[in-house]
Design a protein around this ligand. Structure first.
Ligand code: PRX
Length: 664
């Protein structure tokens, strides 16, 4: 395997093409490139007509919309604005009285291997009971509810129950720290937090409720009136009288009937925090109508969903992928899906393959980081190789979250997909709500390492800094030239930042994705070359360099200054490297190691373990330009171990470059 940088090299000369088989084309919803092009032409000719047709066909509307797109206050676009619907109704009630009613909605496999299943009808009952319980607590339409839960049926129930009563949920990934949770609770002004006593990962019981208590105790969370605790394990947890209650107790006695609260199509279904270029995470606000349309439609288009599919998206509900392709898309599409609580390496690194065999999974959707780590495990131990499991049920594979290097793509194709399953490399973002650039399995010829072509109606393009189109073959800035239904609506509480971050003036009103990309000269296929801002992608997790820097300098007794950059990593895509100036003389040897550990643990507490720098280097100061700006490009080079070719004559103390090159 090679690092992404060399993977990029190898995609430049990538000439392997995998055409869909005639049988796949014949059976596909969008069968063949001509069918794809017909949809694109329909969308180009009359975008509003296209989207309104799809919105009517794919969603149940309580009140039909009369206007498709309102651009009067761009970039605050409104879609299907006067229509009314409910997301939970569309995921559950809509299937009642159809063959989906008694179909399995979720096959849940716990960390320890126990399997629980619920049908659509049973899930509707649970969601309704919990929705009634939330109402009984006084939670109402428009309120925000923070969900800090493990991957469980109850996690999905919590999200759906919020949607059912029109409360806007904000799911916080269970790996985030008390501080990160507190900031999100505060920013969202949440009235309730839904959590679990513990989560189980790799055989270990890890606290969640205790972190909620710690987060709230940090202050400024007076908005929280209720904390509802799902008892995942028998172990007791601290309960605050008058504020905390147990999920099963509040549900007991509640009716399994709870009519869904109809909301306007633009009603915020959820706010999901993600990292940006500046310190504070952004609350990405999504709508109900446009978002749900896209979640449902991409299940059909990208995954070419069939009634008998067993769909498995391995993403956590704490990320956008777990929203669109666990909590909403599969349910809106009436699919049977697998929800997995644990980690891919427990009890051994063959877990994913064994689960595919056990549940006869047909569509498997995961992240390149997981694939790369499982390749490594399989190469080291034949017992956890996918060849040891019967993977013949699979018909389609997917990849998401970061560029997939062609070597990993080929391994996935060969050893998991048996050279028969297409791979959909789906490029998208928290802000886009669903897939943007991706192959369609029954249409698009595949090229390893390329996310190929935009979905119909998605006006993706590559431009220069002034918004001019770049010719195929030359790289540039990835933009989307026209609005689409599932796009971010605003940043919660900060519309100015929304405009500035995503619709900068120089780009003529185009949506700025924040990624660089290049289109191939022959096919016009897109290849994402990585972020162009100060955002890192570590194991498919998005991290802001400034966020980590702020965390480091918040360790005021030790740290004077810090700069954080990414460097390519074979396994995690990118790794975090921090350059730190201490308030004491520069440490070396064992002392440096000990301080690096203190700082790593500190960042783990400030943000979460995923933000811990892999490398911490100490210097007497940081390399800066005459105007005092940190020379990040130089630091990126040093982090990669590259020889310094830049002019460093302006540096006050060039000797620090040697210091900063030393590993701890
Ligand atoms: O850099 C791109 C990368 O992940 C970023 C979005 O991260 P997030 O909002 O956390 O959403 C991840 C799940 C959709 C993008 O700006 N990215 C995502 N998918 C791909 C990708 N890079 C290359 N290829 C992909 N398929």
């Amino acid at each position: 395997m090679s690092a992404p940088s060399s993977a990029i090299q190898s995609t430049l000369i990538e000439n392997r093409v995998f055409e869909p088989s005639a049988a796949t084309v014949a059976a596909a919803r969008v069968g063949g490139m001509a069918a794809y092009e017909t949809l694109c032409a329909e969308a180009d000719k009359d975008p509003e007509g296209f989207w309104s047709r799809l919105a009517r066909e794919n969603l149940s509307w309580h009140k039909p919309f009369t206007k498709t797109l309102d651009e009067s206050n761009a970039p605050f676009y409104k879609w299907f604005d006067d229509g009314e619907l409910n997301a939970s109704y569309n995921c559950l009630d809509r299937h009642m009285g159809t063959p989906v009613e008694n179909k399995t909605a979720i096959i849940f496999e716990a960390d320890g291997g126990e399997v629980t299943q619920v049908t659509y009808k049973e899930l509707l009952g649970k969601v309704s009971q919990f929705a009634n319980a939330l109402k009984a607590k006084g939670v109402k339409k428009g309120d925000r509810v923070v969900i800090y839960m493990p991957m469980t049926i109850e996690g999905v129930v919590a999200m759906q129950a919020c949607a059912r009563i029109g409360a806007t949920h904000s799911v916080v990934f269970g790996g985030f720290s008390a501080k990160a949770l507190q900031e999100r609770i505060q920013d969202a002004g949440a009235v309730a937090v839904i959590t679990a006593n513990y989560q189980l990962r790799g055989g270990k019981e890890l606290p969640l409720k205790a972190i909620v208590d710690e987060g709230i105790a940090l202050g400024g969370c007076e908005c929280v009136k209720d904390v509802i605790v799902f008892q995942r394990t028998p172990t007791a947890c601290n309960m605050v009288a008058g504020r905390d209650s147990l999920m099963h107790e509040v549900m007991a006695g509640q009716s399994t009937d709870c009519p869904a609260e109809m909301v306007g199509a633009e009603h915020p279904l959820f706010v999901l925090y993600t990292s940006g270029s500046t310190g504070k995470p952004k609350g990405v606000q999504h709508s109900t109508g446009g978002y749900l349309l896209w979640a449902k439609l991409t299940m059909d288009w990208t995954f070419d969903l069939k009634p008998n599919d067993i769909f498995w998206c391995t993403a956590d509900i704490g990320w956008i992928t777990g929203h669109s392709y666990v909590a909403y898309g599969p349910l809106a599409a009436g699919a049977t899906q697998i929800v997995f609580e644990g980690v891919p390496t427990f009890p051994n690194a063959g877990r994913f393959w064994q689960m595919i065999e056990r549940h006869k999974c047909t569509i498997f959707y995961t992240a390149p980081t997981a694939i790369r780590s499982l390749i490594k495990a399989a190469e080291g131990d034949e017992k956890v190789h996918p060849a040891r499991s019967d993977l013949s049920s699979l018909r389609l594979l997917g990849s998401v979250g970061e560029p997939i290097n062609p070597e990993a793509w080929m391994w996935y194709y060969k050893h998991v997909g048996g050279e028969r399953c297409p791979i959909v490399d789906t490029f998208w973002q928290t802000e886009t709500g669903g897939h943007m650039i991706t192959p369609l399995p029954g249409a698009t010829p595949l090229v390893p390492g390329s996310c190929t072509l935009p979905l119909p109606g998605i006006a993706a393009a590559i431009v220069d800094e002034a918004g001019h189109d770049m010719p195929n073959g030359s790289g540039g800035i990835l933009v989307v030239k026209r609005p689409w239904p599932s796009m971010i609506r605003t940043i919660w509480g900060d519309p100015e930042r929304f405009k500035k971050s995503y619709f900068p003036e120089e780009l003529k009103g185009f949506y700025l994705a924040g990624d660089g990309a290049v289109r191939s000269a022959d096919r016009g296929y897109f290849r994402i070359t990585g972020r162009i801002d100060d955002v890192l992608n570590v194991s498919g997790h998005r991290m802001g360099t400034m966020e980590i820097e702020s965390a480091l300098v918040a360790k005021t007794d030790l740290v004077a200054e810090a700069a954080v950059v990414g460097r390519p990593d074979d396994l995690t895509g990118e790794a975090i490297v921090a350059f730190v100036v201490l308030k004491r003389p520069r440490p070396t040897g064992e002392e440096a190691k000990a301080i690096a550990k203190i700082l790593r643990d500190w960042v783990g507490k400030e943000i979460g373990p995923i933000a811990k720098p892999k490398d911490i280097r100490f210097g007497d100061n940081l390399p800066k330009t005459r105007s005092g700006k940190i020379m990040r490009r130089l630091l990126r080079g040093i982090a990669k171990g590259e020889a310094i070719t830049q002019d460093t004559s302006t540096l006050e103390n060039p000797a620090i470059l040697d210091q900063l090159s030393e590993n701890n």
